[in-house]
Design a protein around this ligand. Structure first.
Ligand code: PEP
Ligand code: MN
Length: 300
């Protein structure tokens, strides 16, 4: 890459031989591509919104209609979930195949594309049928056989950054996707492990600096997920605004009609009204930064 002095984490040799497909050819090189009817690339900030878990058909349809109306570009929601502990009450049980079916229903009722997580290769046919983007979660960023299988499917992929992984590790994982000929790849910063997160319930620290750092090296879109990073609803809107200001190429935001009742991660979701207000504010911040946030103009 031109004008790049080898940094702490990434050497010129890495750029040339470890992740040549992920690396920019020159500083103005940024990927531009379309997924469903949503465009990704410089000057654009599509918004992925929805609950942590696809809890029921009724809930996911209601969320889909509401977030679309506020200008979201994709509906997010997990049916196959990487839950930290194996013990589940009924409320915490993954909805799995049922959840994928409910996402399909929400997609058709609200006419909004879908992103959902895949954890095992054996569910690739089922999930690919419904999901417009395959989400590979932080915990699977370095599950290379899963990366390769997903990449070979030809489906667009969002690769979340492992919470203990460097930019170099992350770009190396992304190379596993591009080397299979899959070039619709989105990188998502979702918070990293840090000694100080400023609140006992905040599990991770949103690494805003990785956005410009990654964009210096790679042509792939880099988005943020402030909800999973800070884990604390009151901080999500401002971290989302900061993400737009720092140049993120997209945002993932957790939205639930009644956040305190969310089956998973009830501390981090914002409600419909907060999301709607946030989208209005992000639009104005985007205007100041020459970035189009969300997909509002396709509505009504
Ligand atoms: C999620 O987006 O639901 C999720 C589990 O995220 P992460 O992989 O970043 O923890
Ligand atoms: Mn989660």
């Amino acid at each position: 890459m031109e004008n790049s002095s080898p940094g702490k984490d990434i050497s010129l040799e890495d750029i040339q031989s470890k992740f040549p497909l992920v690396a920019k050819q020159k500083s103005s090189h940024f990927s531009e591509f379309q997924i469903a009817d949503v465009q990704f690339g410089p000057g654009l900030c599509p918004v992925f919104a929805g609950p942590n878990m696809v809890e029921s058909e009724e809930l996911i349809i209601d969320v889909a209609l509401n977030i679309k109306n506020s200008g979201a570009s994709f509906l997010r929601g997990g049916a196959f979930k990487p839950l930290t502990f194996p013990y589940r009450s009924k409320k915490y049980t993954e909805t799995r195949e049922n959840g994928i079916g409910w996402l399909a229903k929400a997609k058709s009722v609200a006419q909004i594309p879908i992103i959902t997580e895949i954890m095992e290769e054996r569910y690739l046919p089922l999930i690919s049928e419904v999901s417009d983007i395959l989400q590979i979660g932080a915990r699977n960023m370095q599950n290379y056989p899963l990366l390769t299988a997903c990449a070979k499917s030809g489906k667009p992929i969002m690769l979340k950054r492992g919470f203990g992984c460097s930019l170099r590790d992350w770009l190396g994982a992304a190379e596993y996707l591009l080397v299979e000929g899959n070039d619709r790849v989105i990188l998502c910063e979702r918070g990293i492990v840090a000694p100080h997160t400023h609140r006992s319930t905040s599990r991770f620290l949103l690494d805003l600096q990785v956005v410009p750092a990654a964009q210096e090296v790679t042509h792939l879109p880099v988005i943020t997920d402030p909800s999973h990073a800070c884990f604390w609803r009151p901080w999500v809107p401002n971290l989302a605004k900061a993400s737009v200001a720092v140049g993120a190429n997209g945002l993932m935001i957790e939205v639930h009609p009644d956040p305190s009742m969310a089956a998973v991660d009830p501390l981090q979701a914002i409600d419909y009204q907060e999301f709607n207000q946030l989208m209005e504010q992000l639009t104005r911040i985007g205007e100041a930064c020459e970035v189009k946030v969300g997909s509002k103009d396709k509505l009504n």
